[in-house]
Design a protein. Structure first.
Length: 194
């Protein structure tokens, strides 16, 4: 198997001829099928092994605009931007102020919020109601967290691309590894940091 590449491959006249031959030999393929096949042939994948077909389609569109290849006609699909707007169901939640010393709140627990769960719906509702930008949807790879007090009261919602990294160190995980949690100024004992 060839070496996996995660950045755009170098394109020479040979690759351009190969792409055009692939298009000509497979007239029923749309742009998505074409980009996935090119990724599989070139082993152009992200770190998780998924084909980088969106990056490939961007590259193909640029090549088409320059006249290097002739892409198949774009299907009249609805496309991402024309989809119906995503609706977030706002939910009621505990608004009781936390007026105890920080030592009564510690230790905190951090839960990873899985996509398409009730926790994910709660997370979206809280951000839509309390984040200064609101919440529509996340783009790209990210992880969502909810932070709870020792008594189970929600303290904060957090989101990071890929990993939370240095903001939280030492979360108790399902694997059983235990470390400490770093408390930052965004988590206060008297307010909720949404």
């Amino acid at each position: 198997m060839s070496k996996r590449i995660s950045i755009k491959p170098q394109i020479s006249a040979i690759e351009i001829r190969f792409i055009q031959k692939l298009i000509d030999n497979n007239p029923s393929w749309g742009r998505t099928k074409l980009s996935v096949e090119i990724c599989m042939i070139w082993n152009w994948c992200d770190v998780s092994g998924n084909p980088k077909d969106i990056s490939c389609r961007d590259m193909l569109r640029r090549m088409d605009a320059k006249g290097q290849i002739q892409l198949p006609t774009k299907y009249g699909g609805r496309g991402f931007r024309s989809r119906a707007p995503y609706h977030i169901q706002l939910r009621l939640h505990d608004m009781t102020p936390i007026e105890s010393p920080i030592k009564d709140v510690l230790p905190v627990s951090v839960s990873i919020i899985e996509a398409h769960t009730a926790g994910s719906d709660d997370y979206k509702s809280l951000l839509a109601q309390y984040h200064y930008l609101g919440f529509k949807t996340t783009v790209g790879e990210n992880i969502k967290y909810m932070v709870y007090s020792r008594q189970g009261q929600l303290l904060a919602c957090l989101s990071r691309g890929r990993r939370l990294g240095h903001a939280l160190r030492g979360i108790s995980t399902s694997a059983g590894t235990k470390r400490h949690v770093e408390i930052t100024s965004s988590i206060r004992p008297t307010t909720r940091a949404f």
